[in-house]
Design a protein around this ligand. Structure first.
Ligand SMILES: *Cc1c(COP(=O)(O)O)cnc(C)c1O
Length: 228
């Protein structure tokens, strides 16, 4: 199947999952995880209706995003962000989904204020310490949240997670529910609105939508298998 058919199928699955959960399908944004994909493949997804893309590596984004500048697309950083790449990231991206430590918040604040730019961000949460490499631990979340809320050039929008991989997507459901619970707790504690939950990938996004995802990050189900 081609990229267009894949996008249509994923959008249909998002719609069905939203309706099953009593949600409005428009509440869920499809982000195409475009790491390793060529500008041509990205254009095909765009023409099929995807307007939001996620890249994992600043270096790759620096090569690709300028080539696609004529698309009215939004770009999210979804991979681990090294502090020394922040100066490029603040220029390239519309949102950083992978904020996971205080040093990164400080560097983002510094560079964003220089650019005169306010950046929407998500905090990446590590829900299974043994399996994911990056992300803030749940017990560190209030402190990091406070730090982001105190950074005038960062606009906290919600939380993101990469749960462990299970063949059976039902096994991932508790992780999605937990991210939502942590979000609800932060909203209560800090009296802020955190509307976004970025969770769900190719094999488990329908379950993530049922559990409240507002951004699903889908790579292989759109572009086909990847080599890394
Ligand atoms: C690659 C990637 C995805 C998409 O993964 P697929 O299984 O190909 O859908 C989602 N989120 C992050 C952070 C990724 O790196």
């Amino acid at each position: 199947m081609g990229i267009r058919e894949n996008v249509e199928k994923v959008l249909k699955q998002i719609e069905e999952a939203a309706l099953r959960a009593g949600r409005r399908p428009e509440e869920v944004k499809l982000l195409a995880a475009s790491k390793t994909r060529t500008p041509q493949e990205i254009k095909e997804a765009y023409e099929a209706g995807v307007k939001l893309f996620g890249e994992n590596r600043v270096q790759e984004a620096r090569e690709k995003i300028p080539q696609l500048a004529d698309l009215k697309a939004q770009w999210h950083m979804i991979g681990h962000l090294q502090t020394n790449k922040v100066k490029y990231a603040v220029k390239l991206f519309d949102c950083i989904e992978s904020v996971d430590r205080e040093g990164l918040v400080e560097e983002l604040q510094k560079r964003l204020s220089r650019e005169g730019k306010v950046m929407p961000v998500l905090i990446e949460v590590k829900l299974s310490p043994e399996e994911s490499k990056h992300g803030c631990l749940p017990q560190e979340l209030p402190r990091l949240t406070e730090k982001v809320l105190n950074s005038p050039n960062l606009k906290l929008k919600g939380l993101m997670t990469v749960p462990p991989y299970f063949e059976d997507p039902e096994k991932v459901r508790p992780y999605f529910a937990e991210l939502r619970r942590l979000r609800d707790e932060l909203q209560e504690k800090f009296k802020v609105e955190l509307p976004e939950l970025s969770m769900g990938m190719s094999h488990d996004f329908p379950v993530a939508v049922e559990e409240g995802a507002t951004i699903v990050r889908v790579g292989t189900a759109i572009f086909g298998p990847r080599n890394y």
